[in-house]
Design a protein around this ligand. Structure first.
Ligand code: NAP
Ligand code: ZN
Length: 352
């Protein structure tokens, strides 16, 4: 029999969250059932629920920053056992056989990969995410959470952590490299912690100075407020690498001007509106404008191990969801940039 679990669901674009009961499938041979402890609120959840990207399929149970404990395993599962502390990020399945899957880039699976929510799985069922008390996931997409990380601060690593770790590694953040992180939110604060742990010199770029002191505590050595036009001009030609995590459209050319020649601006923010980019802004200085999407499963494990070794968890606000209106309020606070720095839902509080 499938199990039934408490979950938070949105029935239509713009509607508030409601408490529902959803079914999780019977365990297949390669399945793992996880009792979820915490689920982070990523801005992608908000873009999706509010149908800002289109293609939302309602009702939706969001949540792709999942941390919990294994409560059952299928007969063919060998690497994971009941009681293990585990995480699930943005993907719950991929073909495992195509070039990208074999390269450890499951997010680019050609079948394609199955998203943790708002996605049809290979059996035709719509997936439902981590704002719930249990989830069933194929073993290959489950990562281990090291003992050094508590589950609340580990949950956001499953999206915010890997989405910043992957491009920081790829583009060489490390000693002697000047990195700027644009937007001090869920992704941004993880970008600062990880870039600093990699040995880079980190500047935070935020709308105001309100997060300046926090930014230093997270590991930045300087802070730039875009509300100060003089500071923006003074930063021209300063950075080797800029990681943009902002959820709204930006004047991308102003940020490209802050790069040194041959520098790279990696965009991970996903606003629904396009940026304006003139060819001159990358041709002058041989600059790179590029993007990055989450990261593969092996690299997600590498990131968790790195964070554990460096004592890095997310900075979280734990949310009691027994009144579902608290989740709607948390969404508004994320959009306002008020959260310090990731809300995680204590899933035990989700009403039945
Ligand atoms: P978040 O917690 O809301 O952080 C975004 C930050 O952007 C805010 O804290 C704020 O920083 C800044 N910001 C917000 N509105 C702004 C505006 N109008 N103008 C300038 N700055 C603004 O969001 P998140 O969870 O980190 O996600 C950030 C973005 O990354 C979202 O678009 C999300 O969908 C996307 N994302 C992409 C991937 C990927 O694979 N590429 C994965 C996950 C998420 P300050 O207060 O410091 O200004
Ligand atoms: Zn996310």
């Amino acid at each position: 029999m499938p199990t039934v679990t408490n979950a938070l669901s949105v029935p239509a674009a713009g509607a508030p969250f409601e408490a529902v009961r959803i079914e999780r499938r019977d365990l297949r041979d390669d399945d793992v059932r996880i009792d979820i402890a915490y689920a982070g609120i990523c801005h992608s959840d908000i873009h999706t629920v509010r149908d800002e990207w289109g293609a939302a399929h309602y009702p939706i149970v969001t949540g792709h920053e999942i941390a919990g404990t294994v409560s059952a395993v299928g007969e063919g599962v060998t690497a994971i056992a009941v009681g293990d502390r585990v995480g699930v990020g943005c993907l719950v399945d991929s073909c495992g056989e195509c070039g990208p899957c074999k390269d450890g880039q499951e997010m680019f699976c050609t079948k394609p990969a199955v998203g943790t929510y708002n996605s049809r799985d290979y059996h035709g069922e719509w997936t439902a995410g981590g704002y719930s008390q249990q989830i069933v996931v194929t073993e290959r997409m489950v990562v281990r959470i090291p003992d050094a990380l508590s589950l609340d601060v580990a949950a956001p690593l499953l999206c915010a952590g890997i989405t910043t770790y992957s491009p920081l590694k790829r583009w060489g953040a490390g000693p002697g490299v000047k990195v700027a992180v644009v937007g001090v939110g869920g992704l941004g604060h993880m970008g600062v912690k990880i870039a600093a742990a990699l040995g880079a010199q980190v500047t935070t770029i935020s709308r105001t100075d309100a997060k300046a002191a926090d930014a230093m505590a997270l590991g930045a050595t300087s802070h730039l407020a875009t509300s100060d036009p003089g500071a923006v001009v003074a930063a021209r030609g300063s950075f080797d690498l800029i990681l943009n995590t902002v959820s709204a459209p930006l004047d991308m050319e102003a940020y490209l001007r802050m790069l040194r020649p041959n520098g790279a601006l990696v965009n991970v923010g996903l606003p629904s509106e396009p940026y304006v980019l003139h060819p001159f802004s990358v041709i002058g200085g041989n600059k790179v404008f590029t993007g990055s999407q989450i990261g593969g499963i092996a690299q997600t494990q590498e990131m968790l191990d790195f964070c554990a070794a460096h004592g890095i968890g997310a900075t979280v606000e734990v949310l009691d969801a027994s009144d579902t209106a608290a989740v709607d309020a948390a969404y508004d606070r994320v959009v306002a940039g008020d959260v310090r720095y990731r809300v995680v839902i204590d899933t035990a509080t989700i009403p039945g």
